[in-house]
Design a protein around this ligand. Sequence first.
Ligand SMILES: NC(=O)c1ccc[n+]([C@@H]2O[C@H](COP(=O)([O-])OP(=O)(O)OC[C@H]3O[C@@H](n4cnc5c(N)ncnc54)[C@H](O)[C@@H]3O)[C@@H](O)[C@H]2O)c1
Ligand SMILES: O=C(O)C[C@H](O)C(=O)O
Length: 346
Amino acid sequence: MLRSIIRSSSVKSQQVKQVLVPRRGYGSESVPERKVAILGAAGGIGQPLALLMKLNPLVSNLALYDIANTPGVAADVSHINTRSQVAGYMSEEQLGQALEGSDIVIIPAGVPRKPGMTRDDLFNINAGIVKSLSAAIAKYCPNAIVNMISNPVNSTVPIAAEIFKKAGTFNEKKLFGVTTLDVVRAKTFYSGKAEVPVEEVNVPVVGGHAGITILPLFSQATPKANLRDEDIKYLTKRTQDGGTEVVEAKAGKGSATLSMAYAGAIFADACLKGLNGVPDVVECSFVQSSVTELPFFASKVRLGKEGVEEVLGLGPLSEFEKEGLELLKPELKASIEKGIKFANES
Ligand SMILES: NC(=O)c1ccc[n+]([C@@H]2O[C@H](COP(=O)([O-])OP(=O)(O)OC[C@H]3O[C@@H](n4cnc5c(N)ncnc54)[C@H](O)[C@@H]3O)[C@@H](O)[C@H]2O)c1
Ligand SMILES: O=C(O)C[C@H](O)C(=O)O
């Protein structure tokens, strides 16, 4: 097995250094060095996400880890003439090196759905993967921000939290379930129905990341449009079933990868901006929360230098959204408890 570490050039010290990086849209102010690690980097999401993170001028070091095929992906991505140094890591003994010094760890490692499966059907395989990767994060980069993509997010985030708690490294400000794809979908679908420019659309999506636990708040969507109740119901269902729509269209060849890589890159970029002190960076994410009685919940989150700066409330809800909120709670609660139980029993 190929075990060598592939580097485009030697990876610099992981200390946060200030360097002058003039970039269009980012000014020529000093931009700190930031290391981003992707675990599952050779997969359907991992590869396009690696590409998008290589294009991000806020990244100085990009560590690509997978149990297979990382050398090729890393060599390929490393030829792109952007700021970051790329290193590929394969096999468990290189996981520590991949993680050390990371500011952000993005986890799309694990199996995707096939038609007929729910996200919870992935639990048996992905829970174990997330558990062992979380233990490695606790050991090698306990202060990193973690962006969890692996499904079922409603359970994998609580698993990671429990593993970090056991290791004494849990920081609720730094653990995020990535629900950005739900927001991306809600924006796209709303724009089509409301006939407003998609780039201007904002729609908060709260709750969790599976079926009815995904609750888009179209009553708060902007630009405002006077949509009929049946349109709101249709948009809500389409957003909740967006993942299944892709799984069925791919007919056994996996789930959303390209739109997920886009969403994952948007969310990681927001975390980087927050770390770098950019003000008013707000994204929806599944985090430890007191917005409802559930211990984890997705809502708008303000991102800052330490990760979560503020978990924002839900705002005014329509009657339809209030019903949706009550309906989702039992399922989300059960998924959270399943994750906590797994982390503490196995
Ligand atoms: N949060 C979301 O919105 C969202 C969206 C889409 C997909 N997903 C989830 O993301 C996950 C990945 O999807 P995909 O389409 O990229 O799957 P994939 O099978 O194409 O890729 C997964 C990658 O993970 C790697 N992997 C497996 N075990 C690993 C380990 N222990 N350490 C490191 N890497 C490991 C595999 O080798 C593979 O390269 C799935 O669980 C999927 O359900 C989440
Ligand atoms: O639907 C899936 O299984 C993948 C992902 O969670 C999605 O929303 O696309």
